[in-house]
Design a protein around this ligand. Sequence first.
Ligand code: 8X3
Length: 251
Amino acid sequence: MQNIAVVTGASSGIGAATARRLATEGFHVVAAARRADRLAELVEEIGPGATAAQCDVTSDESVARLAELVAGLGGPVTLLVNNAGGARGLDSVAAGSVDDWQWMYDVNVLGTLRVTQALLPALEASGAGTIVTVGSTAAFTVYEGGGGYAASKHAQTAVVGTLRLELSGKPVRVVEIDPGMVRTDEFSLKRFGGDREKADAIYDGVKEPLVADDIADVIAFTATRPHHVNIDRVVIRPIAQAAQHKVHRER
Ligand code: 8X3
């Protein structure tokens, strides 16, 4: 049996691109996400190198079922990509919705925690495990309107850093990928509750924002180094984004 890679949030964007890419790297990919129809399409496209797992990372039961499904495949689980997550709203702290903040904490932080806890025994048992967590540049910087998202991403990076310390001496490396501006079908659209105009404005005039494949490429790179090489953290932005507030726009 091939090595197994579990990718959460695999129904679109960075997760789907990562699932496709890891299959080409020889992993058997378990593509996990809430939307079964999207997963079915993805798994059909990838072929026998992938298994769909309907999973909601905000549910203990759902994540337990994911772990059972993965165990049932019988192969060594060598890679977990914690990619499920997202942003809701671009409101100020003064006006931010508690529900949106709660959702971001639950998915970005507790979702990472749940899936990591559920798969850690198998990753350790493989003798050569890797956990890659998709964070954000918002994990180490803040911007107006980004308070809720940045708070959740700062918290997620704290979990990742703590985990790396706690796994010292165990055969599981811990990697964090922090993307800046990536143009995917859904990230900004979801952030703005489906408002296409607002979502598109984020990328206005930016010649080449990153795309999902750029991030999948880096995830695959970190996961396929010799196992003693732990790439702690990668910050990746388009060349047009020198910093969070320094975006070159051509008009
Ligand atoms: C995405 C980067 O700039 O929207 O994680 O916070 S940003």
